[in-house]
Design a protein around this ligand. Structure first.
Ligand code: ADP
Length: 392
């Protein structure tokens, strides 16, 4: 059986799409529809149609520009591209031919004639510009193209400037918000510490428990504010490098996250080399902020009964930290996005896990600032492994 000739029809009007579909379908053509220029170009790239029908009045990349682009595709050099337009003004046919069309059909579509007209173009018929008109029409068309380009560049530049300004305002807002929040929080943390130490009088059991709950909440708030401040300020500051022992650092961080792991019934394990590895030159505070997020996430995005393993290996020229979990895993299309500030796989208000989406952005930044690399492998529903490699 012979394959049906394929026609691509680029048209934004649904009624016209249906009409042409019905008429050509009845004549044994296969019709692929695109509702704008870019979609039509994508279809044309993926197929070798017998003919392309383009409505010149489509929005965005218009029919003329779409045709010019189609004509530039090597596999379509001999494919007839036929303009369809309601524009009956003087010179509209010539403008279409100058843009690269091989034929011109006026709207409204005459359904009795259309199949025969298209068959003629598929059979080899071509309309051409009279040679005397060719040069002036092409010049006029290229002027119009450059004008459109200029307009687009102007609009994009203005939109870009607006976005940069909005981004600057957002950073300024986040910066001042963090400062505003930190000042009162610092005094709260100070007084909570005094209460904890019994320096403001002896507390009974219930009061001690209440103060402990408030302290945990205030420390969590303080960490979130530090995350925001890190992205706003510390990121651009110089690292304060000193010899840092990674095993001691990981031991401390694991201890800090242990309560959270116990609370959610996740087995948190730490696997360190038998012999303490030589220290690396690092900013301990920044490193601890970044690595803590990896360990916290391995516990947080886990299920009751799961495991979170932190391992350090000394590989001569490099120290490698792996944080592996048996948690919910990360979808493949989110594996790079999770390192962007504020990105969360589940960003709905009803999500199960608290967080601001800054942890991994900070972790990656800190690791890279030390000349290292932070990568992830993950399988949805099975777990994830984050690997930080530090050169010595
Ligand atoms: P936060 O934890 O505050 O949401 P992060 O920047 O630390 O932000 O992480 C970004 C997102 O990446 C998380 O919201 C989560 O969707 C995903 N993610 C990070 N770590 C893990 C992990 N170990 N397992 C599954 N998903 C993770």
């Amino acid at each position: 059986m012979q394959a049906q000739p394929l026609i691509i029809y680029i048209e934004d009007n649904l009624d016209n799409q249906r009409l042409v579909q019905r008429v050509l379908g009845a004549r044994g053509y296969e019709l692929l529809l695109a509702e704008d220029g870019p979609a039509g170009l994508a279809l044309a790239r993926a197929h070798s149609p017998a003919l392309i029908l383009v409505d010149l009045g489509i929005e965005g990349l218009d029919g003329y520009e779409t045709t010019t682009r189609l004509k530039g595709m090597p596999h379509l050099v001999t494919t007839p591209i036929i303009a369809l337009t309601a524009d009956s003004s003087l010179g509209s046919r010539e403008r279409a031919l100058a843009a690269g069309c091989d034929g011109f059909l006026a709207k409204p579509i005459d359904v009795r004639l259309l199949p025969q007209q298209l068959a003629e173009f598929i059979g080899g018929k071509r309309e051409a510009l009279p040679s005397a008109l060719e040069a002036p029409m092409l010049r006029a068309y290229s002027h119009k193209l450059v004008e459109r380009l200029e307009q687009q560049v102007r609009e994009l530049t203005a939109a870009n400037a607006e976005l940069q300004e909005l981004d600057r305002l957002k950073s300024q807002f986040l910066g001042s918000l963090s400062h505003e929040l930190r000042t009162p929080l610092t005094s709260m943390l100070g007084y909570l510490e005094l209460l904890n130490r019994g320096m403001l009088g002896t507390l009974n059991e219930v009061q001690r428990e209440a103060v402990a709950v408030m302290s945990r909440g205030a420390e969590q708030l303080s960490r979130q504010i530090n995350n925001l401040l890190y992205l706003q300020e510390v990121r651009s500051a110089q690292l304060q490098r000193t010899p840092t022992s990674l095993d001691a650092l990981l031991r401390r961080l694991s201890d800090e996250v242990a309560a959270q792991a116990r609370h959610t019934d996740v087995a948190l394990t730490l696997d360190l080399p038998q012999q303490a590895p030589a220290p690396i030159d690092a900013d301990e505070q920044a490193l601890s902020l970044g690595l803590r997020h990896l360990i916290e996430n391995a516990v947080k995005f886990n299920a009751s009964g799961g495991t979170a393993q932190v391992a350090l290996s000394d590989e001569g020229e490099r120290a490698v930290i792996r944080v592996a979990d048996t948690g919910i895993g990360i979808p493949a299309d989110a594996l790079e996005k999770i390192f962007l500030p504020f990105y969360q796989v589940d960003s709905s208000l009803a999500r199960q896990h608290a967080g601001s989406g800054l942890g991994l952005a900070i972790a990656r930044h800190v690791v890279e600032a030390h000349g290292g690399q932070l990568t992830v492998r993950s399988a949805l529903g099975l777990g994830s492994v984050f690997t930080a490699v530090f050169p010595r």
